[in-house]
Design a protein around this ligand. Structure first.
Ligand code: IMP
Length: 192
């Protein structure tokens, strides 16, 4: 039996990754209606993921999945954090702002964090998973794949930025890949 799962995102980059990660889950994915906008008023990734999953589930009457994610830079005291999507108008504005704020700072340590939540049609969150990926912020962008801050996020373990990685490599190390890998067995259990 397949169940419908409404994906609570308007971000095409995130949607592409989520669809690939959930391809074998047994769930049938559908995108949330464009007019359904949820304000991300929480001050943690978990709070925002819960908020989005819960409200989209209630509004559509279906199960819903939401991910909230962002980049935390040590030398910027964790910024942009939950404000990652709102740090500028476009991806290149956001990257330029991060590079400007970091300047010639030597400590370039950073991490991407992702929290995924799944809510039942009545809005109760029944599954949550989290993934973290540690890396460094480069001085200049490198690579042209992916989305968001990918070109400036370098993963020493792979000696590549996220923007230089093939999708399966990004999945194996990224915050979202790890969170979804943790989530998949739980999603399969619900169907059985
Ligand atoms: P939100 O989860 O919709 O609040 O948006 C998170 C923001 O963090 C995105 O718009 C991107 O700017 C950034 N972000 C999250 N995950 C990634 C990623 O895998 N690569 C690059 N940027 C990301």
């Amino acid at each position: 039996m397949t169940k419908l799962l409404v994906v609570a995102t308007g971000n095409p980059g995130k949607l592409r990754e989520m669809q690939a990660y959930l391809a074998d889950s047994g769930w049938e994915l559908t995108l949330k209606p464009a007019e359904l906008e949820i304000a991300e008023t929480g001050d943690t990734f978990a709070a925002n993921a819960h908020l989005k999953a819960s409200q989209i589930a209630q509004a559509t009457g279906n199960w819903a999945i939401a991910d909230d994610s962002g980049l935390q830079i040590d030398a910027l005291n964790g910024a942009p954090g939950v404000y990652s999507a709102r740090y500028g108008q476009t991806d290149s504005d956001r990257i330029a702002r991060v590079l400007r704020e970091l300047g010639s700072e030597v400590n370039r340590q950073a991490q991407f964090v992702c929290v995924v939540a799944i809510a039942t049609p009545d809005g109760s969150v029944v599954v949550q998973a989290e993934g973290i990926c540690h890396g460094e912020i480069l001085h200049t962008p490198r690579g042209d794949g992916g989305f968001g801050y990918d070109p400036i996020f370098y993963v020493p373990e792979k000696q590549l930025t996220f923007a230089q990685m093939a999708p399966d490599v990004k999945k194996s190390v990224s915050h979202r890949g790890k969170a979804f890998t943790a989530l998949l067995p739980q999603l399969k259990t619900i169907l059985s």
